[in-house]
Ligand binder design. Structure first.
Ligand SMILES: O=P(O)(O)OC[C@H]1O[C@H](OP(=O)(O)OP(=O)(O)O)[C@H](O)[C@@H]1O
Ligand SMILES: O=c1cc[nH]c(=O)[nH]1
Ligand SMILES: [Mg+2]
Length: 209
């Protein structure tokens, strides 16, 4: 699918299967989400620009490649995005962080925005937005709208599961933003849940249901 990268690494798929299993405990689900996010982070950052740093090895001086971590922003769509965020920060501790509070109204499936805090000068940074679920796409689209309103123009979206309906809507609204996901699932059910899916990611992470 155009603009969508499916991260089908065996370790990712193995962990995802355990997360989908309804018998998996809250503690295990949270740990797996953190583990899987480091693997997904590896792929979503694959093409990042490097600069060089002059260092001395025990033998010689050299210009060695280094990431400009401060130029990177990880933006978590609350709440469930925080599960991905933690593993990403394990790998890139110097990244800056944005929090975007959005939940979807269970009746209308429309996004309700309640919080936004991001580093300044988003225009000069790569923003990687994380949320485990892309269902209707409404929450992610709202988050991207907010980031663009504040100047962000170089954005990527990382999720764990995506529904075809959400991908289509997201790509129509934000064709410039590539999507990275571990799976494109079958469809959305009448309540807007991804099938086969893994249920409500936030509730499974935090044990709120
Ligand atoms: O693509 P959509 O149809 O908008 O659905 C996806 C959104 O739903 C979930 O969040 P939820 O609204 O359950 O909030 P929570 O993370 O606070 O539980 C998920 O983490 C996404 O943000
Ligand atoms: O299946 C879904 C859809 C939206 N949000 C979730 O957490 N799960
Ligand atoms: Mg949410």
């Amino acid at each position: 699918m155009d603009g969508v990268t499916v991260i089908d690494h065996p370790l990712v798929q193995h962990k995802l299967t355990i997360m989908r299993n309804k018998e998996t405990s809250t503690a295990s689900f949270r740990r797996l989400l953190r583990e899987i996010s480091t693997l997904l982070c590896y792929e979503v950052t694959r093409h990042l620009d490097l600069t060089t740093m002059r260092i001395e090895t025990p033998l010689v001086e050299m210009d060695s490649p280094i990431l400009e971590g401060k130029k990177l922003v990880f933006a978590s769509i609350l709440r469930a995005g925080n599960g991905l965020l933690e593993g990403m920060l394990d790998l890139v501790p110097a990244a800056r962080v944005a929090h975007i509070g959005v939940y979807r109204d269970h009746e209308t499936l429309m996004p309700v925005e309640y919080y936004f805090k991001a580093p300044e000068d988003l225009a000069n940074r790569l923003v990687i937005v994380v949320d485990p679920m892309l269902a209707t796409g409404n929450s992610a689209i709202a988050a991207m709208d907010q980031l663009k309103k504040r100047g962000a123009s170089n954005i990527r979206f990382l999720c764990l599961l995506a529904a075809p309906e959400g991908i289509e809507r997201f790509r129509a609204a934000h064709p410039d933003i590539p999507i990275f996901t571990a799976s494109i699932d079958s469809h959305l059910n009448e309540q807007g849940y991804i099938v086969p899916g893994l249920g409500d990611a936030g509730d499974r992470m935090y044990g709120t249901k």
